[in-house]
Design a binder for this molecule. Structure first.
Ligand code: KIV
Ligand code: ZN
Length: 391
């Protein structure tokens, strides 16, 4: 069955790059943009052109080299921002301007010091003006997560009339629960005239660790674009992690949704972004963390050695990891020791394994992890007692 496509909008180079200390130069951005394009990302948000001459240059250069993806530039609902974005995107094969304004009471009162009617007027103006540069205009209702649904629906309806092609519903502060965010998307689908002609986009932040869950709730309820970053990097606690949403949709076929991402490139992509930004990936990070396919407790190791699927819900090859790893620690059992010993050249009989295992535990209690070189040392030490046969 043909699964419905969810567009992947990567904002590693815009929202992701807002992480303090992770600024990239244009050359680094070009390498990343090229790889995102090759991996099958649908839209690359290349930057916020008005923010600095460097960002303008990056968006302009990325526009020249990207072959397949849409290239997008961010703006506020401000004429000059849109003029600058239009110029930066001049060379893009498929350009998109991403413009918008805050819609929550908090933003309207405290940040913009204005009224709801003024917000609607500025939103409509920004979209119509952006249409004078590009056909594809995405509108973001900043802080939509905390915006009352009836007002959000009004804003959406007005910007659709002004020509918006994509409606971005950001949970800017990462506040929503998945049920709440999903219900918001459903409400918009059911209450906004013309919504069937545009794509609804999820842009979720991770302040409460729910960015991925919220994005998935969004697409289950009718959104067809997810805005995300490699390794989930971004402002504060970050954005939705691209690798997570891609694999969730892939591993849950009954949702009948998929992406165009070549998932086998996810690991390399993660390393490229982490190395370029000098930002380490936490070892327990889903999909791309160093421990995502490692097993260290005896019970799990025994299961994985018998059949990988006992403790793994996806094949590591599918995300570009060559194999699962069995880490030897003092919590490992005989099965793991025999497995790793065999890999470095020792086929142990049951009796031999019992002897080596006793020595292994003494050694492992002193060390965090037992390495291949340690296995040689342990087995050779047992051999001196004459009970080990080298294969
Ligand atoms: O989080 C947010 O609301 C944003 C918008 C600028 C799209 O990043
Ligand atoms: Zn954001």
């Amino acid at each position: 069955m043909n699964r419905e496509k969810v567009q992947i909008f990567d904002t590693t180079l815009r929202d992701g790059e807002q992480v303090p200390g992770c600024k990239l130069d244009t050359a680094q951005k070009l390498v990343i943009a090229n790889r995102l394009d090759e991996m099958g990302v649908d839209i690359i948000e290349a930057g916020f052109p008005v923010s600095s001459p460097g960002d303008f240059l990056s968006v302009s250069e990325i526009s020249k080299i990207v072959k397949n993806a849409t290239v997008c530039g961010l703006t506020r609902a401000v004429k000059n921002d849109i003029d600058v974005a239009g110029a930066a995107l001049k060379y893009a094969k498929k350009p998109r301007i991403h413009t918008g304004i805050g819609t929550s009471n908090s933003h309207i009162v405290h940040k913009l010091n204005t009224t709801r009617e003024d917000i609607i007027a500025r939103a409509k103006y920004a979209v119509s003006y952006a249409k004078s540069y590009v056909e594809d205009v995405e509108f973001y209702a900043e802080d939509a997560g905390r915006t009352e649904n009836d007002f959000l629906a009004r804003v959406c309806e007005e910007v659709i009339k002004s020509g918006a092609t994509v409606l971005n519903i950001p949970d800017t502060t990462g506040y929503c629960l998945p049920e709440e965010y999903g219900a918001k998307i459903k409400y918009l689908k059911e209450n906004v005239k013309g919504i069937e002609n545009v794509i609804i986009s999820c842009h979720c932040h991770n302040d409460l660790g729910m960015a991925t869950a919220n994005s998935i709730a969004g697409v289950i309820n009718g959104a067809r674009q997810i805005e995300c970053t490699i390794n989930g990097i971004g402002e504060r606690a970050g954005n939705t992690a691209l690798e997570e949403v891609v694999m969730i949709l892939k591993q849950h076929p009954y949702l009948n949704l998929d992406t165009s991402i070549n998932s086998r490139q996810l690991n390399e992509m993660s390393r490229l972004v982490s190395d370029s930004m000098g930002m380490i990936v936490q070892p327990n990070k889903a999909i791309v963390g160093a421990n995502a396919f490692s097993h260290s407790s005896g019970i799990h190791q025994d299961g994985v050695i018998k059949n990988r699927e006992t403790y793994e819900i996806m094949d590591p090859l599918e995300v570009g990891v060559t194999e699962s790893s069995i880490i030897l620690t003092a919590r490992s059992g005989r099965a793991a020791l025999a497995y790793r010993a065999k890999k470095v050249g020792y086929e142990l009989t049951k009796v031999q394994l019992d002897i080596v295992y006793v020595e292994f535990l003494k050694f492992a209690d002193l060390k965090k992890e037992v390495l291949d070189s340690d296995i040689h040392q342990i087995v050779e030490a047992c051999k001196i007692e004459g009970d080990i046969i080298r294969c």
